[in-house]
Design a protein. Structure first.
Length: 599
């Protein structure tokens, strides 16, 4: 009969800290859950056996059982595979190491007794001057739908290979490093650690666990390499410290659904709670225009309310696991199409469209999670280097100058943003107006280079009266840029189709067919030139946001005020998480971000 002395297992364990005393009653319940469905009696079933190695004492508890399961490739047959599973616990001081294979889930049983060690404790293990990070899997802090969500980097030593630019928006999911000749893998989210060495006896495994406990007790902090990354913050642990300052709702997806779904409507729920009235187009537009504001959160004791003048927009609830917006006007607005009928506050929760900023500008709640970026404002000049000012923007009075366009117009109005792009800012050899319909950008430009790198540019233009630091207005234009950023790597065949169809027709304005050609600049064979420029390896692709309502000097002041703590208005943090998101998406895709704005 096998005993503990026959056990040979890998150095792969989940590390826990004790919350309650480990009793034999708890272990009995644990073993019962782990072995549910077993065949026969346990082969090994021992609890809290005290042993010592190298002068240190530890306790081990072990379960070894047999199961019979049907092969995955067979159905309805008496044939069964015979497999064995084990569960090993090693207790040392206040820590418990769990090793297991082919047993039932035990997470619900251990919940009240054990807790995983935290991110910093785990990632600070095995520090050594010669330690080299060989691989790291990263999750993106960027919540944009077009952002790269996860990526894996590998090198002989990532400390010397990886760029630090943008790492503050990345979260380590798994890392592998080599130290003292041993390769170790660490997975922070599951508190799991593995050492890539041969299988070992229980005494050898115990010695390894005790060395890890000694390492934890040294109280290391994260090394310089890992300090560059952001980390997810436990909302549940942080909840009592959070003080919301501002809220805005990302309704872009809902607005698009209403435009693209012929049977989609918004309704107002009457006071009787039964009758619903469709919102008129004017009311709907007013709703979306108003919703794009950043709303101040008012605190009354333990309650938080979001208001606009005398209107109660909603209550903000800091629940145990999530933040939600409920009640107020939101509960009286219903979205309805062919498939769903939901109150707006429920739809917002499902789409994770709630953004909340706090008095601590390092924190942001979005996409249903709480994030922290301690270095969000470390490089003001680096962020502002993507902003280009132009005094001519003060003369802009509209986006396209629709009210001035007639069937005889050959140019956009001279006081419009489109005219500014075409005649003042753009230095492209070729420029196309792609506005309206199947729109990739307001304008698409490209130039050959002529001594510098060739360029392909997407222009997204947005006009607002006066300058503004509104997070929602910035979200509008940046959201459009992020939605179409993948199009900047245009396929030649798609380009040809647009040339012969949409771009062959004149520009239509408010149902008026003008004489404005969509090909605004053409210095040769446009298709052949595009094919050549897009194929060059040194072609620079850039996403250019042209926004006359943004002032670079005001933006710089807001950044400095936020960094120094002089002033923390509710929308300031949201503003820079939006900018950080845009810059991060561009960086991930190898696209240069530019913002043309007022001084």
């Amino acid at each position: 009969m096998p005993t503990i002395e026959n056990l040979r297992i890998t150095y792969t364990s989940t590390i826990y800290r004790k919350k309650s005393r480990i009793t034999k009653k708890f272990l009995t319940k644990l073993f019962t859950t782990a072995s549910s469905g077993r065949v026969g009696h346990p082969i090994i079933n021992e609890k809290q056996v005290i042993r010592g190695t190298d002068g240190n004492e530890y306790k081990w508890s072990c379960l070894l059982v047999k199961f019979k399961t049907q092969p995955t490739f067979l159905e309805n047959t008496p044939i069964k595979n015979e497999i064995h599973g084990y569960l090993l616990l090693i207790e040392h001081d206040e820590y418990v190491f769990i090793f297991k294979d082919k047993i039932n889930d035990i997470s619900t049983v251990i919940k009240g007794y054990l807790e995983k060690i935290n991110y910093e404790e785990l990632c600070s293990l095995f520090q050594h001057e010669e330690a080299a990070y060989e691989s790291i899997t990263l999750n993106s802090l960027n919540t944009s739908p077009v952002a790269v969500r996860s990526k894996k980097l590998e090198a002989m030593n990532l400390k010397k290979s990886i760029s630090r630019l943008g790492t503050n928006r990345q979260i380590p999911k798994n890392l592998k490093k080599r130290t003292d000749g041993t390769c170790v893998s660490i997975t922070p989210v599951s508190s799991r650690i593995s050492s890539y060495t041969k299988k070992a006896s229980v005494d050898e495994i115990a010695q390894w666990t005790m060395s890890i406990v000694s390492d934890i007790k040294l109280g290391h902090t994260l090394d310089d390499f890992l300090q560059n990354f952001a980390e997810p913050i436990s909302y549940e642990q942080k909840r009592n410290e959070l003080k919301p300052l501002g809220v805005f709702f990302d309704l872009n997806e809902i607005e698009e659904d209403l435009k693209n779904s012929p049977n989609a409507e918004l309704y107002w729920l009457c006071k009787d709670g039964e009758k619903i009235i469709p919102l008129k187009n004017r009311q709907r537009e007013r709703l979306f225009t108003t919703a794009k504001n950043t709303f101040v959160v008012e605190q009354h004791g333990d309650d938080y309310t979001v208001k606009l003048e005398d209107f109660n927009i909603c209550s903000l609830n800091l629940n145990k696991k999530t933040i939600t917006a409920t009640g107020g006007i939101l509960k009286n607005i219903i979205y309805k199409d062919d498939f769903i009928e939901e109150k707006l506050h429920i739809l917002l929760r499902k789409k994770r469209a709630l953004h909340v900023s706090f008095d601590d500008h390092k924190l942001l709640y979005c996409n249903g999670n709480l994030f922290q970026d301690t270095k969000i404002l470390r490089d003001i000049e680096g962020l502002l280097s993507s902003f280009i000012t132009d005094d001519s923007l003060v003369n802009v009075k509209s986006e396209k100058g629709f009210k001035h366009l007639t069937e005889h117009s050959t140019e956009f109005h001279s006081e419009s943003l489109f005219y500014f792009v075409e005649n003042i800012y753009s230095k492209d050899d070729f420029l196309i107006c792609d506005d309206l319909g199947d729109e990739w950008a307001d304008h698409i430009g490209f130039k050959r280079g002529g001594g510098s790198n060739p360029e392909i540019s997407f222009y997204i233009s947005k006009h607002k009266h006066g300058t503004s630091s509104s997070a929602s207005q910035l979200q509008d234009v940046i959201g459009q840029a992020q939605k179409n950023i993948g199009r900047i790597f245009i396929d030649t065949e798609e380009f040809k189709k647009k040339i012969t169809h949409k771009w062959a027709e004149p520009f239509n304005a408010n149902k008026i067919t003008t004489k404005i050609s969509r090909i605004r600049k053409n210095s040769g064979d446009i298709v052949r030139s595009f094919e050549e420029i897009s194929s060059y390896p040194n072609t620079v692709r850039q996403m250019v946001i042209v926004a006359d309502f943004i002032s670079k000097s005001k933006l710089q002041k807001i950044l400095v005020d936020l960094k120094t703590g002089i002033e923390r208005r509710p929308h300031y943090t949201q503003l820079f998480w939006i900018l950080s998101s845009f810059m991060g998406v561009c960086q991930e895709m190898g696209v240069r971000p530019l913002v043309v704005c007022a001084p």
